[in-house]
Design a protein around this ligand. Structure first.
Ligand SMILES: [Zn+2]
Length: 346
């Protein structure tokens, strides 16, 4: 009996890895290539719909294109997203959907959802909470996308809260001029002003505990080697663990948010269920905050009792890259814990 059970568990583990491979192959090229709104994302949803049907789930697609597979008692939900950035990793989002299908099938209870277009700003889950039904509880299994669990030697982590985020742009105007004839004292170089601002961003974020801020894109005009830059547009991504710190960072950086994700704590009941399942397996209980935004944050902000389980990211926690990696053993443990938590929740 024990051997039979172990055999079945192994088969299921293999199936999860095969499904992740299948999703990863969509779009070809290096890495995952399933941007939100693309035919490749559609293809991933078709595949997942087939797996949900195989699991005996009733499949629905909502007005925003989110894919939902339900058992007869859809009172606890699991899920994540199937879109990726270009040249993304194999596990980001996809693992949460594939593992969600597996866990829901295993416990014969709940529902699993694949949200659309997470990477560009949680478009699918935002539409879901505005128009759709409210899951009584939501659990998102996701790779950590950071080095904390690897450094702690822990396969799994329990997310206690999701950091708030603001995305904004700043524009710096200068005066174009000949790189050879305008003296240094007479210049209005937009890029020099922008670079001073980039350092300001770094310094302000460093001064607020738990905050991070990044300038990831600079567009320099006219972008010619022998012309003084006349205009620079740059992106700012600012994050902090709670509202007061995020507000302070936004004010100090002079940002007008284009996109905002509210910092949000995870809910007590699903957190307790995850903790109990991790402890029951003799694993260390590592609690951490998520610095990345997730669909789980959108649901939590909409009032759905929500928690997240992180799986250890290897290779120093690299993510959004073909080097993203998590071990089959850690993934198997994560699916067990997710299934256990789904079964345990009232
Ligand atoms: Zn993700």
């Amino acid at each position: 009996m024990r051997n039979l059970r172990r055999g079945r568990a192994m088969m299921r583990g293999v199936r999860i890895l095969e499904r992740l491979d299948e999703l990863y192959e969509i779009g070809g090229g290096e890495g995952a290539n399933r941007p939100g709104g693309s035919a490749e994302e559609d293809r991933a949803h078709e595949l997942a719909a087939g797996w949900m049907e195989e699991a005996g789930l009733a499949v629905e697609v909502d007005a925003a294109g989110n894919l939902i597979g339900k058992t007869a008692s859809p009172d606890v939900w699991a899920g994540s997203h199937l879109d990726s950035i270009p040249n993304g990793g194999k596990y980001d989002g996809a693992l949460g959907v594939v593992a969600g299908i597996e866990a829901v099938e295993r416990v014969g209870r709940g529902a699993v959802v694949a949200f659309r277009d997470e990477e560009r700003g949680c478009t699918g889950s935002e539409a879901f909470v505005v128009r759709g039904e409210r899951p009584p509880t939501f659990l998102e299994l996701h790779i950590e996308q950071g080095p904390v669990l690897e450094q702690a030697g822990a396969p799994l982590g329990i997310v206690t809260g999701i950091t708030g985020m603001v995305r904004a742009e700043r524009v710096f105007e200068g005066v174009a001029g000949h790189a050879g004839t305008v003296p240094m004292s007479a210049r209005h170089d937009a890029l020099v002003a922008a670079v001073e601002y980039v350092l300001h961003v770094r310094n302000r974020a460093r001064a607020i505990e738990g905050a991070v801020a990044t300038v990831g894109r600079l567009e320099v005009e006219p972008g010619v080697a022998n012309v003084i830059p006349s205009r620079v547009r740059l992106s700012v991504d600012a994050r902090a663990p709670d509202r007061p710190r995020l507000d302070r960072l936004v004010a100090e950086l002079g940002l007008e948010p284009l996109f905002e994700l509210e910092p949000v704590p995870m809910a007590a009941a699903p957190l307790a269920a995850l903790r109990a399942e991790v402890e029951a397996r003799g694993l260390p209980v590592v609690e951490l905050r998520s610095g990345a935004g997730h669909d789980a944050a959108v649901l939590a902000n909409a009032g759905v009792p929500t928690a997240m389980l992180f799986v250890r990211s290897l290779n120093g926690g690299v993510s959004h890259s073909p080097d993203e990696n998590s071990s089959p053993e850690d993934i198997a443990l994560a699916v067990e814990v997710l299934a256990g938590a789904l079964a345990r929740l009232p």
